[in-house]
Design a protein around this ligand. Structure first.
Ligand SMILES: Nc1ncnc2c1ncn2[C@@H]1O[C@H](COP(=O)(O)OP(=O)(O)OP(=O)(O)O)[C@@H](O)[C@H]1O
Ligand SMILES: Nc1ccn([C@H]2C[C@H](O)[C@@H](COP(=O)(O)O)O2)c(=O)n1
Length: 258
């Protein structure tokens, strides 16, 4: 008689087995090689207080550390191939456990269906959403050949293999999340600052700090709001005694509390 295996319970943004009761927000950052994932993640970290976990960086650090998997990982990266899920998931899991933050950008993962299913099964986390940087191969190739970071895979032969792996294995993962309405697709061919404007709007709900302005009465609060909104650049939200987002604060020259 066969045994009954429970279907994995995947709770959005909550890791039950891995991080105890700690609730985490996870955003997967996907896109072809050179689409600008790492560049935009650095901006998101600075403005929205996420921790950036790049699967590729973790694997490269593992090679450098001289671990027993190092040679296998290095060979796979040189070939543009995807490292077995258990290796990458262990690195991501350890990094999340060590970090006190509860908001993570997971960059370059899941790269294939095996990565995706294994991560959900092991961690019980499903992403809040998937940020997808969409860019042409021509532009990505130009960027990678100009990156100059001494990466073993930034050569034309490996770049072409990585493009093929992206189309064959990573696009289906994006399709999976798209069917669940979780993909936020961004035109990544634009200049860095323009791409970040779009990213910023998506992350606005995760603004890392707010300030509470306490006005003594409704009229005073309306005056605060009017003052902040005087210039179209200043956008505010909230009601009497409401909380101003970091975005609103950054766009104000100064705040005076009435
Ligand atoms: N919007 C952009 N316009 C022009 N150049 C960019 C843009 N975004 C990133 N770059 C440059 O392109 C190169 C690749 O960017 P980045 O490392 O962020 O890509 P990536 O998607 O993380 O790549 P990989 O998947 O290979 O790690 C870098 O040299 C970066 O400075
Ligand atoms: N989930 C992942 C992420 C990355 N790798 C390997 C294979 C990639 O070509 C390489 C570089 O990743 P990048 O820095 O471009 O995100 O790392 C993998 O096997 N599995």
């Amino acid at each position: 008689m066969g045994s009954v295996v429970d279907a994995p319970v995947v709770v959005e943004g909550v890791a039950e087995n891995m991080l105890g009761d700690k609730k985490v927000t996870v955003v997967f950052v996907l896109g072809g090689p050179g689409s600008g994932k790492g560049t935009q993640c650095a901006n998101i970290v600075e403005h929205f207080g996420f921790t950036h976990l790049s699967a590729g960086d973790l694997l490269r650090a593992e090679i450098k550390s001289g671990s027993e998997n190092g040679t296998m990982i290095e060979n796979m990266i040189k070939e543009g191939k995807i490292v077995p899920s258990e290796v990458t998931i262990k690195l991501l899991q350890d990094a999340m456990i060590k970090n006190e933050n509860d908001k993570f950008l997971i960059d370059g993962f899941p790269r294939n269906e095996e990565n995706r299913a294994a991560f959900e099964n092991v961690t019980k986390i499903s992403p809040a959403f998937v940020l997808f940087f969409d860019c042409s191969e021509e532009e990505m190739e130009r960027r990678l050949l100009g990156r100059n970071q001494g990466r073993v895979d930034d050569n034309i032969e490996t770049i072409r293999k990585r493009f093929k792996v992206f189309v064959d294995s990573s696009l289906p993962v994006i399709e999976h999340y798209n069917a669940k309405d979780k993909v936020k697709k961004i035109d990544a061919a634009k200049p860095i600052s323009e791409v970040f404007e779009v990213v910023k709007a998506i992350f606005a709900p995760y603004a890392k700090l707010g300030i509470q302005l306490l006005a003594p009465d409704k009229i005073s609060w309306i005056r605060v709001m009017e003052w902040l909104n005087r210039d179209k650049k200043r956008t505010t939200e909230g009601t009497n005694g409401g909380v101003l987002s970091e975005k609103a604060l950054l766009e104000c020259d100064y705040i005076s509390v009435i």
